[in-house]
Design a protein around this ligand. Structure first.
Ligand code: PBG
Length: 340
């Protein structure tokens, strides 16, 4: 985008008055550069074992973990609001966790059952699945741990099998969030070899080692048991590296690339948008949601306005898709608003 700067902007007044086009709701609507639509939103869903569980997550006010029997109502109402994709996460019982992600490839695992169920409830709902070992790991790390290290290549093999098992259960798009090297081409090859040629990959390409994932780790009980994730997730100081990761993932066969977190990384969204041609997704993560909710609960921010303004900022930065815990509320808001 290039913006023409007049040689002497002051001299242009009063021929140029920026306020002219802001005088009425109609003029403002006509000159709006960016829009939001429910089909751009990806709604994350946390699924747990049990019956009739609708378990509030304390650090994510208004957000819940659901058992599979309650998915029907959830999926049906999201779809009715215009939302076309969900991103599934599961909370794995402690006794099923190990260091190899055995449960992650169980065809009868909670994730695999949830995928099948969502596709039964609403075949048109695009099912995206998180591919990483952390919810399945006794160490809370995204990969296999050996001698205190996260082992890349062995993890990539397991992730490929995990992605395949999601595809077999009916996932439309698998979303590797682990930041191991080479996982996109490995997953692509596995899916192709097994004839899942239309299963998409949304790569978490520029995923930063961020404190903003805190509430999510509470929700899934997946905080790292030792150390941190800095040997695989990116350094918040870097942007060139994000471009490189996104370009690599595009070359390796990613259908969508993602930047995460969102609000503190809008410059990264823009840089990635300009350097790849696949759709770019942004993830407004749990800590961003928690900040807005907490300020609103204290009466310090108007929640609806803060929500819509933050989502619009992602569009302005160049995001095509927005994964957000506000998906339902924002879609409901959009369905009520008119030009007035
Ligand atoms: C798992 C994963 C995480 C998130 C999405 N997938 C947590 C992490 O990497 O520790 C964070 C989502 C959020 O905070 O909303 N690899």
């Amino acid at each position: 985008m290039s913006i023409r700067i007049l040689p002497n902007p002051l001299g242009a007044f009063p021929a140029v008055r920026g306020r002219r086009m802001r005088q009425s709701a109609s003029l403002r609507a006509m000159t709006t550069e960016h829009h939001l639509h429910p089909a751009m939103f990806v709604a994350p869903l946390f699924v747990v074992e049990g019956k009739e569980v609708r378990d509030p997550i304390p650090s994510m006010p208004g957000y819940y973990r659901f058992s599979t029997d309650l998915l029907k109502e959830e999926i049906t109402s999201l779809y009715a609001l215009g939302i076309r994709s969900v991103l599934l996460f599961v909370k794995v019982p402690e006794e099923l966790k190990d260091n190899q992600g055995k449960e992650a490839i169980n065809p009868e695992g909670l994730m695999q059952r949830s995928i099948r169920l969502v596709k039964e409830i609403q075949p048109e709902m695009c099912v995206m699945t998180d591919v990483a070992l952390d919810p399945y790991s006794v160490y809370g790390h995204d990969g296999v741990v050996e001698g205190g290290e996260i082992i890349n290549d062995e993890t990539v093999e397991i992730l490929s099998r995990m992605a395949l098992s999601h595809a077999q259960a009916g996932a439309d798009v698998v979303a590797p969030s682990d930041m191991m090297d080479g996982r996109i081409s490995a997953i692509r090859k596995t899916l192709e070899a097994e004839d899942f040629i239309h299963t998409g990959i949304m790569a978490y390409s520029a995923k930063y080692a961020s404190c903003f994932y805190g509430p999510f780790r509470d929700a899934l009980d997946s905080a790292p048991g030792f150390g941190d994730k800095k040997t695989y997730q990116m350094n918040p100081a870097n942007i060139r590296e994000a471009v490189r990761e996104a370009q690599l993932d595009e070359q390796e066969g990613a259908d969508i690339v993602m930047v995460k977190p969102g609000m503190p990384y809008l410059d990264v969204v823009r840089a990635v948008r300009e350097s790849v041609s696949v759709p770019v997704s942004v993830y407004q993560v749990s800590g961003e949601y928690a900040m807005i909710k907490a300020a609103a609960q204290s009466g310090w921010l108007n929640e609806e306005q803060a929500m819509m303004e933050s989502l619009l900022a992602f569009r302005r930065a160049g995001a095509d898709l927005i994964a957000t815990y506000f998906a339902r509320e924002a879609a409901a808001f959009l369905s009520q608003t008119d030009l007035s």
